[in-house]
Design a binder for this molecule. Structure first.
Ligand SMILES: Cc1ncc(COP(=O)(O)O)c(C=O)c1O
Length: 382
């Protein structure tokens, strides 16, 4: 049987990973500054993570949500403390798109509306509601997905966003505080505060999609935390499980009240997923990875700003985009195949997306710098 042909991929097959590296069958070592689309938060096969998951699967790996699972409460408590948030309930799910689908559904249940305000260049996933509010994925929307009425606005055009919210007919506004796939643009703290007020005035649900920029990646636990606001809903996935499929919807339950049966999932919040999620938060705390993301991320940005061909450095912490004067696809490919360095792309063809594990150190930065500068020289001299 063939694998259904929907992915473009490099001719590389990693068979093991450790920290910031993956290795292929010939034991070739690759520096991973992409983490498989921002997923690897605490490094590949972190010993604490491996131990927690291995021990858990020996006890019980799965049972559905029709029983009590104390691991869910442990993970919820740890997440609340790590993020410094309060007043949220948690709904566990398996992926980012599902988290956003459920978030949009809750917004619509809450105020009965169907319109959604999203930002230009947004990416929120490929399930039905999520793809419908994904500006970068318009060509991936099937006719059956066209259930919502999205209005896409520019992230810097706060005035138009506020005017649109004040029409009072949107179920929600959904925002990535730092855009991932869209190319690392971030919305200002002032805009987030103004949007919060406009949402309060009109009973519009404010959803922050922290699937990629959350979990310490940007140097704060959630990227929106540059502003002193509380979204009505926050969605998470990716870094939450370091590769184990887990996501969550954090819901202000005093405003958006739960009702039995309204949401549901077979796998979400299962024992193994929770063990993975707890291990990630343990490591983020013990290794002070949010602080590391801030401090190493600042150094990474400095390195990038000095590289030949780099026009602009975007993003924060370890969620960084380097915008070049030329399209980067060929250079990225050669960096994988010739220099053994993984980086990512975005909808901006000139932008290299750099998303290393949150526990990289200066040695990794030195190695990255020499691989990247070799890759750039190579590209420029061709
Ligand atoms: C901001 C954001 N939201 C949602 C998603 C969808 O997540 P998943 O691929 O886990 O469904 C992504 C994936 O790249 C993302 O970057």
């Amino acid at each position: 049987m063939n694998i259904y042909d929907v992915y473009s991929f490099y001719p590389v097959a990693p068979i093991r990973g450790q920290g910031a590296y993956v290795y292929d069958g010939q034991d070739q070592k690759y520096l991973d500054f992409y983490g498989g689309h921002a997923v690897i938060s605490i490094g590949h096969s972190h010993p604490h993570y491996v131990k927690m998951i291995s021990e858990q699967v020996q006890q019980i790996g799965f049972y559905s949500n029709s029983i009590k699972n104390p691991l869910q409460l442990e993970l919820a408590d740890k997440l609340e403390k790590a993020a410094g948030i309060s007043g949220y309930d948690i709904f566990f799910i398996n992926s980012g798109a599902e988290a956003n689908d459920n978030a949009l559904k809750l917004a619509s249940f809450h105020n009965g509306r169907t319109k959604v305000i999203a930002l230009q260049n947004s990416f929120h996933g490929r399930t039905s509601a999520a793809i419908n509010v994904t500006h970068t994925g318009k060509k991936h929307q099937a006719p059956i997905n066209h259930g919502l009425t999205p209005t896409y606005l520019h992230f810097q055009d706060t005035e138009t966003i506020i005017t649109e919210i004040h029409k009072g007919d949107a179920a929600a506004i959904i925002i990535e505080a730092i855009q991932g796939v869209g190319g690392l643009d971030d919305i200002s703290a002032e805009a987030l505060i103004a949007i919060r007020t406009a949402c309060d005035d009109t009973d519009t649900i404010m959803i922050l999609d922290e699937v990629q920029c959350g979990y310490g990646r940007s140097g704060t636990f959630f990227a929106f935390q540059v502003a002193d606001i509380e979204p009505d809903i926050i969605t998470t996935a990716k870094g939450m499980g370091n590769g184990f499929p887990i996501g969550s919807v954090l819901i202000k339950s005093d405003k958006i009240k739960p009702a039995k049966g309204r949401l549901g999932t077979t796998y979400g919040g299962n024992h193994l997923a929770c063990a993975a999620g707890i291990a990630v938060l343990d490591v983020i705390k013990k290794e002070q990875l949010i602080e590391n993301s801030q401090c190493i991320g600042a150094k990474l940005s400095e390195i990038l700003a000095k590289m030949p061909g780099v026009k602009k450095v975007k993003g924060r912490g370890l969620m960084i985009g380097a915008e070049f004067e030329f399209p980067v696809a060929a250079m990225r490919k050669s960096m994988v195949l010739d220099h053994f360095l993984f980086t990512g792309s975005s909808s901006n063809s000139n932008l290299l997306r750099i998303l290393p594990p949150l526990n990289i150190n200066e040695n990794h930065l030195d190695e990255f710098e020499s691989k990247l500068s070799a890759g750039i020289q190579n590209h420029i001299s061709q």
